[in-house]
Ligand binder design. Sequence first.
Ligand code: SF4
Length: 438
Amino acid sequence: MALSGIQIYKLLPQTNCKDCGFPTCLAFAMKLAAKQVELSSCPHVSAEAKAQLAESSAPPIRLVTVKSKDHEVKAGNETVLFRHEKTFYNRPGVFIRIKDNQDLISIEKLVKDVDAYHVNYVGIELRLDGFAIEDTSGDAEKFLQVIKIVRSHSSLPLILISENPAIVSSGLIPLSGESPLIMGATPLNWEAMAAIVKGHPASLAASSPTIDELVNLTENIKSKGVEDIVLHPSASTYSSLLAFSTQIRRLSLKKNFKPLGYPILVDAHHVDMAAQAIAKYAGFIILDEFTPQSAYPLLVLRQNIYTDPQKPIQVQPGLYEINRPQPDSPVLVTTNFSITYFSVANEVEGSGFPAWLLVTDAEGMSVLTAWAAGKFDAERIAKAVKTQTVDKVTKKVLVLPGNVAVLSGEVEAELPGWQVKVGPREAVDIPKFLKLGL
Ligand code: SF4
C-alpha cells in the first residue's frame, strides 16, 4: 500500500534542513506521496526508512527495458490515464513476429527489410523496434537456429515466444549481454520460467485471459525474485482488449495496485489492433507482418501520441526544397510548427511550382501565435533569410504568410535587395497564388 504524506513524514529525519529544495520535511513528504519528487532528493534518509519508503517512491508502473547490445526499448513509468492530463513517456516498442517454422530464406529477407526500414517524419527518425521470435516447431535446435539467423542480420532487441522452459533456455544461449523479453509465463509453467529469468537479465511476460489469474501470476513470479514483469492480457477482440488494458492501467495508476503495476504487452497480430494498442495502453506490441505501408501510419500514430501535448512537434528550421527549386525560384517563409509546415509544404508541392520553403525557428508555434509571442518578427525572418539562402537564391523574392502582412515593411527594411510579397492567409490558397506568378 502507498503511504500517505504524514506516514512518509514520520519516516523522514524531520530536521527541515532544506537540502532537498523544500522548506520543510513535511512539504517534501507531501510531494513524495504525490510522486512528484524522487526519494533520492533527500540525502539524509536512513537505510531503514529507505526500505520502508521504497514502495511509496516507486513509480506506479514499473519501467521495464528490453535491450540488445546496440538498442533498447523502454516501457512503463507512465503516470496518467489520458495523454491530455500530462503526457505519455515511453513509446510502445513494435516487434515483428518470426515463426521458427518459416523457411529460412524468407526469414532472412524479412529481417533485412525490417532492420533497414526507417523513415524521416518531420525531422524525427522512425523505425520498428525488434523481432518476436516464436517457437512454433517445438524444436529447440530450430528455435536456436532462427535466433542466430536474426542476430546475424540485425542487432534490434528480441522477444522470445515459447511456453516451453527448455526451449527458452536454449534460445537465451546466443543472447549473452542482452536483455530480451520472454513470453511467456502461464499458470502451468511460471515457476520454471521464473527460475530461468532470475538467472538472466531478461524480463518475463505473464499471460492470462483473466485479470484475477494475471494478478496471481505476477505475485507468484515476484515471490521468486523476478522484478521485471510484463503483463500479457490474452484478449482476442478489440473490445475485450480495450476493457482488459484499461482495467490494468486504472488499477495500477488510480489504486497503486502493485500486482498490475507493469507495462502491457499486446499480441496485436494485425495493424488495426496495434493502432488501438498504441492509444490504449501497450508498452510492447507484436505484429504478424511487415510492410512499409502499414508500418508508416503506425509509427506516425505512435509518435503523435507519445509527444508532450504542451510541446508541439517541431520541424527542423532550415531551407527546404520543394519541386526542385532553381536559384530564381521564390522563397516562401513559415514557422517550424509541424502542422503549419506540412500544410504549407503539401500545398506548394501539390501546386507543382518549384519553390524554397524557409522554416524559421519559432519555438514550434504556428504563424499567428508566434507573431503574437514575438517569436516570428522581421528581425528573425531576416536573420533566417540571410543565413539560409546565401549561395542558393538569386532572384530574391520572399513571400510572407498573409497573416503577418503587417511585417512586410519591416522585413523589406531588414532585407535590402529583396522583393517582399504577401502570400495568402490560408495554405490552401497557395497554389492559386503561385499560379498568378511572382
Ligand atoms: S533534505 Fe530531507 S531532512 Fe532535509 S528538509 Fe528535505 S526531507 Fe527534510
